[in-house]
Design a protein around this ligand. Structure first.
Ligand SMILES: Cc1ncc(COP(=O)(O)O)c(C=O)c1O
Length: 396
């Protein structure tokens, strides 16, 4: 038989899959597993958004829309970008896709040629790396450090730069670290990006889940940086709409056109009903965002305080999103119930095996010192889960 696609065979399976699949299997057997793995809000989609979708179904909203999305939704997105981010865009700058992940895929396909390099500051969201490879480009990870609040600097970028560098992926607030860049820091990065004639893919999906500081879009500093920025955002995290699959980009017309053409052949429009619901999400009451944000903030504070009381582990207080990176590397080399802990994966496996707590190994984000804990789960489960982690550490 002829061989299969070399490029796509090289796309890695999700490292997190093994742990989450095992946690699910244990749960199905009736084992009391507490999971810190969630990458989505544990809230229902707000009622006004659900109602808008039901209304549209009953009104016969069953047809295709333009491949790049409904005009009315693009207009709502432009209004949002103006109001929240002080960014002027027109309908032709917006492409609505099947979630921000799909948007990112489109962006990379629009920007990259074989041999191009894309800089990804680490710890990074796991899909960036593989999406860059899918676009025939090369991911170049620039690792940041907890002591620098996991922030990439111009000198870090300078060291990774060469004539093949096409773009930088910036994610603030960040998954998995919760890092939020200040306006001053973003301005310095923006000046560098303009000076070096690069593109910046600015993933702002966690914009609304911010506990300290304010969200600033890197595109907002000048026309020069705006035309080099592709803003990526979506409804998944802000409106508890992960399953509805609506993400979007704002970019130059030229980039939007390529993405729109690619999407028109690959998927056509994102789900029509979800697009109508998206208009309500953006234009209806924004109250539930604050309710969720306050709940996440309470859980964040509990989690960080508890971690601070645990021996030989540490974390940087997250300022946004809903994740904490827990440095567990002081325990590497220890053994429990015959399991030797040597890295983030074996730590996560042992924790699940012994205390029935699921966490995501940091190696999935390029950072093997850490495990990632999500606080998109109830305070009671967070308390129970952290107590179990305390017990686990005391046995090591
Ligand atoms: C940093 C980041 N970007 C993008 C996404 C994709 O979001 P969605 O495709 O659900 O809109 C996620 C989801 O976990 C994320 O964490």
């Amino acid at each position: 038989m002829k061989s299969l696609s070399k490029k796509n065979s090289a796309i890695a399976a999700s490292i997190t899959l093994a742990i989450t699949a095992k946690a699910k299997a244990l749960k199905a057997e009736g084992v009391d597993v507490i999971s810190f793995g969630a990458g989505e809000p544990d809230f229902n989609t707000p009622k006004n958004i659900r109602d808008a979708a039901i209304e549209r179904i009953n009104a016969g909203g069953n047809g295709y829309t333009a491949a790049s999305g409904l005009v009315a939704l693009k207009e709502a997105i432009c209004e949002k970008l103006k109001k929240d981010n002080n960014l002027e865009y027109k309908e032709e700058n917006i492409v609505v896709s099947n979630g921000a992940k799909h948007s990112l895929n489109n962006v990379l396909l629009a920007l990259c040629n074989p041999g191009d390099e894309v800089i990804i500051p680490g710890p990074y969201w796991v899909s960036y790396y593989e999406l860059v490879k899918l676009a025939d480009a090369t991911p170049v990870v620039v690792m940041t450090d907890a002591s620098a609040d996991f922030k990439v600097t111009v000198s870090d970028l300078e060291a990774a730069l060469n004539e093949r560098t096409k773009a930088i992926i910036l994610n603030s607030p960040n998954n998995p670290t919760g890092t939020v860049y200040t306006a001053e820091e973003l301005k310095v990065l923006a000046d560098f990006i303009v000076a070096k004639d690069l593109y910046v893919i600015s993933d702002e999906i966690y914009e609304k889940l911010l506990y300290e500081g304010e969200h600033v879009s890197i595109a907002s500093f000048s026309e020069a940086i705006k035309e080099r920025t592709i803003v990526v955002n979506g409804l998944s995290k802000a409106y508890a709409m992960t399953g509805w699959r609506i993400g979007y980009t704002a970019s130059t017309t030229a980039i939007a056109k390529i993405m729109s053409n690619v999407q028109s052949h690959a998927t056509s429009n994102p789900n029509t009903i979800a697009q109508y619901a998206g208009i309500e999400a953006l234009q209806g009451s924004q109250e539930t965002i604050e309710t969720m944000r306050l709940a996440f903030d309470e859980r964040r504070n509990y989690m960080v305080d508890k971690i601070d009381s645990l021996p030989n582990v540490s974390c940087v207080t997250p300022k946004g999103a809903f994740y904490v990176m827990l440095d567990v590397s002081a325990y590497y080399g220890k053994e429990i119930d015959g399991i030797r802990i040597t890295d983030s994966l074996s730590f996560a496996e042992a924790l699940l095996e012994v205390e029935k707590v699921a966490v995501i190994p940091g190696i999935a984000f390029g950072a093997d010192q850490y495990v990632r804990l999500s606080y998109a789960t109830s305070l009671a489960l967070i308390q129970g889960g952290l107590d179990r982690i305390e017990t686990f550490l005391s046995k090591l």
